[in-house]
Design a protein around this ligand. Structure first.
Ligand SMILES: [Zn+2]
Ligand SMILES: [Zn+2]
Length: 335
């Protein structure tokens, strides 16, 4: 055994590895007071001069409405002690979104959210018709679209309506996680499947390297639905968990000898084993980084990495990928 005191200031792989033996929180739950407000702020910041400006601004308005509604979310059924016991014993996500029986309030809250969005959109905004269209959808159609969204099924999914419906689902599940913790304490634990959210079983949008305290330099995956973050070692494929053949691409040339502070804020972590990739948002490079907003603002990086033969497995519910039409509509500012 050598004397191996961790050096807090230096984020070498060795130093990060050493700290991983320390008391690192494995799961960070969303802060309801900040999660959507921070995202809205970041979207507005990224929108300036951006090719997708109109779309990023529209999504900022959506996130501001999510923030407003989350503060006054109505009471909905929460997990029972029996459900909590089963999830803990089986190592499965407590609020597995595909199977969780959605309370009808999620639709009421979605329509209230859309009304707030309409209040903020100018009378001549081309996005208004799309928002009104979703608000007018019958309950049955909303439920059908929600089930497809949560199951990751794009067949039969209305891609223009999807981000707005997803906003209502994000709101509902973020409330569920926060309210469950408030009612039952620390009942969320790491799940068997490290590639899915331990709270709601959704895929991640991106991963994030964090700043401060025991989390310094640690990497977390960021849930696309409930915004929980769960720990995963750096330099590991977030899809097949391989630790070899992991490489990084960014929109600027990477010099591995550069100190961390000058590295690009967003990189794509690619895997030679399964040919998938997920973006990493480095808070040490940009302290205001926010995975959902930064993912949306770096679509160019997706084009670069997919041209190199890698498949995206991150999910951003505010813009569904794998469909060139959706990206084009986003560029045109349609919802
Ligand atoms: Zn989640
Ligand atoms: Zn892989």
């Amino acid at each position: 055994m050598t004397d191996t005191k961790p050096t807090r200031q230096i984020n070498t792989p060795e130093a990060i590895q050493l700290r991983s033996g320390l008391d690192i929180p494995q799961l960070l739950l969303p802060d309801p007071a900040r999660v959507f407000a921070d995202r809205a702020l970041r979207l507005r910041q990224q929108a300036a001069g951006h090719a997708m400006r109109d779309y990023l601004m529209l999504m900022a308005v959506v996130c501001e409405a999510q923030h407003q509604r989350l503060r006054h979310y109505p009471a909905v059924p929460l997990p029972t002690p029996a459900q909590i016991g089963t999830a803990t014993a089986e190592g499965t996500p407590l609020l597995a979104c595909e199977h969780w029986p959605r309370a009808p309030e999620w639709r009421t809250e979605l329509r209230a959210l859309l009304a707030l969005v309409l209040d903020q959109l100018p009378a001549d905004s081309p996005a208004r018709a799309g928002v009104q269209g979703v608000a007018a959808l019958p309950d049955e159609a909303l439920e059908q679209q929600a089930s497809r969204l949560l199951a990751g099924i794009t067949l039969g999914l209305d891609l223009a309506a999807a981000p707005l419906i997803a906003a209502g689902l994000q709101l509902y599940f973020t409330h569920l996680v926060a309210a469950t913790r408030a009612a039952s304490g620390e009942v969320f634990t790491m799940a068997e499947n490290a590639t899915r959210c331990p709270c709601c079983a959704s895929p991640a949008t991106a991963s994030i390297t964090r700043l401060g305290g025991a989390q310094e330099g640690q990497r977390y995956l960021y849930c696309a639905l409930c915004s929980s973050q769960w720990h995963m070692n750096r330099v590991q494929c977030t899809h097949c968990l391989a630790t070899q053949g992991i490489h990084y691409q960014s929109l600027q040339p990477i010099d591995q000898d550069q100190p961390a502070a000058t590295k690009p804020a967003v990189e794509a972590e690619t895997c030679d084993a399964c040919h998938h990739y997920l973006k990493v948002v480095h808070l040490e490079s940009d302290v205001h980084g926010e995975p959902v907003a930064d993912d949306l603002a770096t679509v160019t990086l997706d084009l670069l990495v997919s041209d190199a033969g890698f498949e995206r497995h991150g999910v951003n519910l505010l813009l569904l990928f794998g469909d060139a039409d959706a990206a084009l509509e986003a560029e045109a500012g349609a919802p």
